[in-house]
Design a protein around this ligand. Structure first.
Ligand SMILES: [Zn+2]
Ligand SMILES: [Zn+2]
Length: 251
């Protein structure tokens, strides 16, 4: 069991039933976690109000487990420069950038056939957006690197090109002190072959001096702290490659 989990959603996002702040904190305590970050989605600036509500509710549960109040702030899909949907999040302990939608068209592809851009056009806006995201020192962590790529293009064709872009992104991330997230949920979106290849993304990060942190991306209480896929990735990486939560918080 890892000692922390820095990516957890609540029922306020509308697609995580049962994830009350109380249920999350209870599960974290049951698992003996020393720290969690509740990082609900911010799809637009007004969603920050929801984060304030979570912070107020979490006050009652500060005990052995440190509860950080963060957000997964979306990359603004109306642009291809990686700007976030809001830059006003001074009160947050932890900001992770969630890159979910195809830049300029804004859809959420379930597979390459679902991508409304050509693969070439996608790779172009994916690159400019990603490099823009990791140029923003306001961000603490890049959520699930590579997940959008995996659902938007054929990895057989584009993975090696993507690794070259990720090398550039890693250099910028190191410069701007942006960690990369080892994300459990991403594993369930990849087939077995690509699950086995996913460590290469994190090897690039480590080689550039980027910190790695773990997040389950839990949308249900029983998936908090789960790291089956993350362990598969970590097997191919140096031992103790994960940073501690306090190394990546904004505090
Ligand atoms: Zn996400
Ligand atoms: Zn998430």
């Amino acid at each position: 069991m890892l000692s922390y989990d820095l990516h957890i959603h609540t029922e306020y996002c509308g697609h995580a039933p049962g994830m009350t702040v109380a249920a999350i904190c209870k599960q974290a305590a049951r698992l003996g976690l020393s720290a969690i970050a509740i990082t609900d989605h911010v799809f637009e600036h007004s969603d920050i109000a929801k984060i304030d509500k979570i912070r107020a509710e979490a006050k009652a549960f500060q005990g052995h487990c440190t509860v950080y109040i963060g957000a997964e702030v979306d990359v603004d899909a109306d642009h291809a420069d990686g700007r976030l949907v809001t830059e006003t999040f001074d009160d947050l302990d932890y900001v992770i950038a969630g890159f979910h939608y195809v830049p300029t068209v804004g859809n959420y592809p379930r597979g390459p056939e679902d991508n409304s851009l050509s693969a070439e056009a996608f790779m172009e806006v994916w690159q400019t957006s990603l490099l823009g995201v990791v140029s923003n020192p306001q961000i603490d962590t890049l959520a699930h690197p590579g997940r959008l790529l995996a659902s938007a293009v054929d990895l057989e064709v584009y993975f090696e090109d993507a690794l070259c872009v990720l090398e550039k992104a890693a250099a910028l991330s190191a410069k701007n002190h942006i960690a990369w997230e080892l994300n459990e949920l991403t594993g369930y979106r990849l087939d077995g072959y690509w699950q086995e290849q996913w460590w290469r993304i994190y090897r690039i990060a480590l080689d550039a001096g980027v910190k790695l942190v773990y997040g389950s991306d839990a949308h249900a209480p029983e998936t908090i702290g789960m790291h089956t896929f993350v362990d598969l990735v970590r097997e191919k990486l140096p031992k103790h490659c994960l940073a501690r939560p306090e190394e990546v918080m904004r505090l």
